[in-house]
Design a binder for this molecule. Structure first.
Ligand SMILES: Nc1ncnc2c1ncn2[C@@H]1O[C@H](COP(=O)(O)OP(=O)(O)OP(=O)(O)O)[C@@H](O)[C@H]1O
Ligand SMILES: [Mg+2]
Length: 422
């Protein structure tokens, strides 16, 4: 009896190992993964290389400042990171110590916390406690001098800074070397924004704004043809050869392409491909399908599912407080029982959640920014007033995504963020 069941287990393990799967390597679709090549971002890459040339040719002679802007999922973050990799390698081949630093400003509260993050990523020993921004910056620069170190710093999600930081803090981050004069300029900056250039400039004082306009690189929403190439390329890393029917790429590209009525968001296109692959995998296991087909894409891209896919995928990109706010909106909607819930109530629930978790809630202005950020990511919708009610308070709602599935996913994401201690 015993030996028979062991034999069965062996057979089971063998059959799983032998089975030609769908996914060769799913991790290549995880948000933290940056692909080796970024099709259709060659021009942006070239512009970056031009603007940062001096860092490799004559390091320290000037400090570059570049703004990358464009809508959701247009490859801004991926391009900055892969440029950082390439240029630090080029520099090191020339004996220049250059490090690339990527800071997500959405989780930062002040210019000082941004600097702290830069220091951590540079692996420098600057005492962390007690120093104000200015003292800390001086200490950081001194330490960089000692180590003869240069850095390219990407301030990703810079909109968070533009919306919720004190103006002095914004100013320090945009005009660093106007504040801290130095003979050797070791820090260079890339600012990443989803806002229009006009709005970026408007969010700053006149001189800072005009600085930001000087070097800009635009990331336009992807056209269907471009998405087609991106999907094909990314699929090669993720799926076994031949598993995905070639019509699938065209279908998704047309669904999401900017010129074919979509929003040109590569993340969304990849998320749809991933879900279609997951569905196909299940059907293949059950013997009902043999490849990933357009039908699988159709099945996962019905309007409601598409919203849910998009929202679930977006959760990976949100920080702990944004996740808590989303959860508060979901709870608020359930408690209030309508389609929209007031931001006032959302804030109340949010504070409660923070208290339960022993966290300090974020300030009012930052909460407002987070909500606007959730709107610009297409996760929630807002409204100025509710019919029949007076007052200026705004109301929030989700798209079509079902609340219960969302709450479950949110709890998982929140638990994970707390585990990694973000
Ligand atoms: N040209 C490309 N080739 C391959 N993959 C790409 C390309 N552009 C974007 N992607 C992928 O699409 C996803 C979204 O890209 P990324 O995160 O860089 O967008 P973003 O512009 O920073 O968006 P957001 O404004 O939402 O932060 C990532 O998984 C990225 O790897
Ligand atoms: Mg990004």
């Amino acid at each position: 009896m015993i030996s028979e069941s062991m034999f069965n287990l062996r057979e089971l393990a063998e059959s799983v190992i032998k089975k030609p799967g769908v996914f060769l390597d799913e991790t290549k679709l995880y948000p933290e993964y940056v692909p080796e090549v970024l099709p259709h971002r060659e021009e942006q890459f070239k512009q970056l290389a031009k603007m940062f040339k001096h860092v490799v040719v004559s390091p320290g002679t000037s400090s570059a400042r570049v703004v990358l802007y464009g809508s959701l999922g247009t490859g801004k973050t991926a391009t900055a990171i892969s440029f950082g990799k390439v240029i630090s390698k080029l520099a090191s081949e020339r004996g220049i110590k250059l490090k690339y630093v990527h800071v997500n400003c959405a989780s930062a509260k002040s210019a000082l916390s941004v600097l702290r993050e830069i220091k951590n990523q540079l692996g420098l020993k600057v005492p962390d406690r007690g120093l104000g921004f200015s003292e800390f910056a001086q200490a950081l620069l001194k330490e960089m001098d000692m180590e003869n170190l240069y850095a390219i710093v990407t301030l990703d999600e810079f909109d968070s800074v533009l919306h919720s930081f004190e103006s002095e803090d914004k100013y320090s981050l945009v005009r660093f070397y106007d504040v801290f004069h130095a003979e050797v300029m070791r820090l260079n900056f890339i600012y990443v924004s989803r806002m229009r250039l006009y709005d970026i400039v408007k969010a700053l004082d006149e001189i800072s704004g005009s600085y930001m306009m000087r070097n800009t690189i635009v990331f336009n929403p992807y056209k269907s043809r471009e998405l087609y190439d991106i999907l094909r390329y990314r699929a090669e890393e993720v799926f076994y050869p031949g598993v995905v029917d070639s019509d699938v790429f065209e279908y998704i590209a047309n669904l999401v392409g900017y010129d074919t009525g979509g929003d040109g968001n590569a993340r969304k296109a990849l998320a749809i491909l991933y879900s279609a692959g997951k569905l196909a995998e299940k059907e293949i296991e059950e013997g009902r399908a043999s490849r990933v087909l357009v039908d699988h894409v159709r099945a996962v891209s019905a309007k409601e599912d598409l919203d849910l896919i998009h929202v679930l995928d977006s959760l990976n990109y949100l920080n702990l407080h944004q996740l808590l706010l989303l959860k508060s909106i979901a709870i608020g909607l359930k408690e209030a029982g309508g389609n929209y819930v007031s931001i006032g109530l959302v804030e109340e629930v949010y504070r409660r959640l923070c208290q339960d978790l022993g966290l300090e809630p974020r300030k009012h202005t930052q909460i407002y920014y987070y909500v606007s950020e959730l709107v610009s990511r297409g996760i929630v919708m807002t409204r100025k007033t509710l019919k029949g009610r007076r007052g200026r308070s705004s109301y929030v709602s989700f798209g079509a995504a079902p609340l219960d599935s969302l709450l479950k996913a949110l709890d998982r994401a929140i638990a994970m963020r707390r585990e990694i201690g973000e």
